[in-house]
Design a protein around this ligand. Structure first.
Ligand code: NAD
Length: 376
């Protein structure tokens, strides 16, 4: 048996890592830099602060700051037009998963013919894109260390998952200081997203010897730090732990896979306009309950890694404790229940169920689940 492992060429993790941008740009010989970010991050002055030493070093800089949560094909095309005008040779993403994903798609469309949707799915992008340097400001998606981009096609009303090694950022600068400003709700949503990455990578049918240690470390770190980061936003050790967890979770799932939670959360998010982390969080306990019988030992290991079960407890008892622990965690992080966040009545919900189930299965993620679901 052999395993493939992809990762950024360089990851710099820790306080002040984002200040390594200029040395890294110099190292790769970049001259014309294209920042991709969202309007909120731009309003904080972060991009200007990152760009100042670049200007001084004589690099040409342009900023595209129109990325919205769950970026659309149109946003990517707008960004591509700006990038082409600037004749950039490197893309620097500053923001959450939305900015990093938009940057990845823009970077590969510079060297690959559109439309983007023809690359939906696995390993279809023929040419390497421009190098991407990812600087995450949330601790959640791990996109800085994944070969995935998620872009919404508003015409088909579908969140496209595109996976290809050409989407892996060249460099990730993981600076937890940039996450200190996250409010508690965002911290909770992206934090449970991270936990979901670790868990799904570990129970996936594609789990392997290279992804397992990363997945378990991710799970342990979330269990140790998420509650504190949520309660005390400026707690540096907790923020550092969560930033590391997110990066490790990204590395884990991109070299294993995500499973049913992600398969279901993409259509749920697009249908009801729920943030990605929240739609994962509301599904995690129930999907775990559905799935445990397919990988009892692995779910029991997760419960032990989270200190929810003792080493001498049976796998059955540990897995049951895990489901209860995930429900308890959602309550303590004030994550609403699914029925409270979709905002429609039961019959309206049922009308869209069929499309959501079909879209979930078409993504391929549920087929990696330890218990494989059907549409019914
Ligand atoms: P996001 O990028 O959508 O940002 C959400 C909001 O948080 C935005 O308004 C943003 O301005 C704000 N924000 C970002 N950093 C902040 C900070 N430090 N302080 C205060 N506010 C801040 O959120 P996300 O959860 O990081 O990304 C979600 C997107 O990532 C979804 O589109 C999802 O599908 C995608 N995703 C991608 C991967 C991947 O591997 N490529 C994995 C999981 C999710």
């Amino acid at each position: 048996m052999s395993y493939l492992f992809n990762a950024p060429q360089t990851i710099i993790h820790g306080a002040g890592a984002s200040r390594e941008l200029l040395p890294q740009l110099t190292r790769i010989g970049a001259r014309r830099v294209f920042f991709v970010t969202d309007p909120f991050i731009e309003s904080t002055g972060l991009v200007q602060a990152l760009a100042a030493p670049l200007h001084q070093a004589g690099l040409a800089v342009a900023v595209f700051s129109a990325v919205q949560p769950d970026p659309t094909v149109q946003t990517v095309l707008d960004g591509l037009a700006e990038l082409t005008k600037h004749d950039a040779d490197v893309v620097v993403a500053v923001g959450g998963g939305s900015s990093i994903d938009a940057a990845k798609a823009i970077a590969v469309l510079r060297t690959n013919e559109g439309p983007l949707h023809k690359y939906m799915g696995y390993h279809k992008i023929p040419n390497a894109g421009l190098p991407v340097i990812a600087i995450p400001t949330t601790a959640g998606t791990g996109s800085e260390a994944t070969k995935v981009t998620v872009i919404t096609d508003t015409e088909l009303n579908v969140k496209m998952m595109i996976l290809d090694a050409h989407l892996m950022p060249a460099i990730a600068l993981v600076d937890y200081e940039l996450t200190l400003s996250m409010p508690p709700a965002l911290t909770a949503h992206v934090g449970v997203d991270t936990l979901t990455h670790g868990m799904e990578a570990y129970v996936s049918q594609k789990a392997n010897v290279l992804s397992d240690p990363l997945a378990l470390s991710c799970i342990e770190l979330v269990s140790k730090h998420l509650q504190t980061a949520w309660q005390e936003p400026t707690h540096r050790e907790a923020r550092e732990g969560m930033s590391l967890a997110a990066c490790l979770g990204g590395l884990a799932f991109t070299n294993s896979s995500v499973c049913l939670v992600h398969g279901m959360s993409r259509p749920l998010g697009v249908q009801f306009h729920l943030p990605h982390g929240l739609s994962n969080a509301v599904l995690l306990p129930t999907v775990t309950q559905f799935s445990v019988s397919g990988a009892l030992e692995r779910y029991a290991m997760i419960a032990r890694a989270m200190d929810i079960a003792q080493v001498d407890e049976s796998d059955e008892a540990a897995s049951a404790a895990l489901v209860a622990g995930l429900e308890r965690q959602n309550r303590s992080l004030k994550i609403p229940r699914l029925r409270d966040c979709v905002g429609v009545d039961q019959s309206t919900f049922e009308q869209v169920l069929e499309k959501m189930a079909a879209d979930a299965l078409a993504s391929g993620s549920p087929q990696n689940n330890p218990t494989v679901p059907t549409a019914n």
